[in-house]
Design a protein around this ligand. Structure first.
Ligand SMILES: O=C[C@H](O)COP(=O)(O)O
Length: 250
């Protein structure tokens, strides 16, 4: 099945109002590619509304980096998926390894957040990935399989879900798995999803690779089998770095 590539930028805890000028530059650089590739930027929650307003009329979708599983309530500091949607977001990252580590998020929590995203009409980008110790211990596929089973709800479809494979040890380090290792994990993920969701649904779900994707390696990484795009951290902060990655995907 043909899957439309998606390149999503995760600004993490970076960016202030002045950073939104990067959206204008990005739109100017990649706007013409919108027929071939989906582009998204996930700024910090403080900027989601302004970013959505700024990106209106461009092909750049705006997303959140996390959401709470509930619609509303006494959850100081949290943001509901509905609030992100209200601010103009159309997608949200859930289960990023930094959330799993910094906030102790379990697969169950991530699954509930993905369902919350759908409830609000958002696409959920569900992240999975092994630590360096797990890879060194030969446990990569076990870990990724368990996270997929636990974090991806049974009602996942190609329209409401994207899965991002992000080896924890590759995030922000400049290191990436070999091409063979990425293909092995992505192919495994496709099969694992197919076993639970059916081959048709699994065949339509986009699988992104994330972890030290840069302009210099994007063309090689994005042509790999079952790699349907990228989730980009550091290189998404500047349009000059992010645009070539989008071009590589297109
Ligand atoms: O969500 C993005 C990833 O954590 C990748 O970050 P990075 O591109 O800075 O390695």
């Amino acid at each position: 099945m043909a899957r439309r590539p998606l390149v999503a930028g995760n600004w993490k805890m970076n960016g202030v109002a002045a950073s939104l000028g990067e959206l204008d530059s990005l739109a100017a650089k990649v706007g013409a590619l919108s027929a071939k590739v989906d582009v998204a930027i996930c700024p910090p929650a403080t900027l989601v509304g302004a970013a959505a307003a700024r990106a209106k009329g461009t092909p750049i979708a705006i997303g959140g980096q996390d959401c709470h599983a509930k619609v509303s309530g006494a959850h100081t500091g949290d943001v509901a998926a509905e609030m992100l949607a209200d601010a103009g977001a159309t997608l949200v990252i859930v289960g990023h390894s930094e959330r799993r580590t910094d906030h102790g998020e379990s697969d169950d929590v991530v699954k509930a957040k993905a369902e919350a995203a759908w409830r609000a009409g958002l696409i959920a980008i569900i992240c999975v990935g092994e630590t360096e110790a797990e890879r060194d211990g030969g446990k990569t596929l076990d870990v990724v399989g368990r996270q997929l089973d636990g974090s991806v709800p049974a009602a996942a479809t190609a329209a409401n879900t994207v899965v991002a494979y992000e080896p924890v040890w590759a995030i922000g380090t400049g290191r990436t798995p070999t091409e063979g290792e990425i293909v092995e994990v992505h192919s495994f993920m496709r099969q694992r999803l197919a076993a639970r969701l059916g081959a048709e649904v699994a065949g339509g779900i986009r699988l992104l690779y994330g972890g030290s994707v840069k302009p210099g390696n994007a063309a090689v990484l994005l042509k790999l089998a079952d790699v349907d795009g990228a989730l980009v951290g550091g290189a998404s902060l500047k349009a000059a770095d992010f645009a070539p990655i989008v071009e590589a995907a297109a």
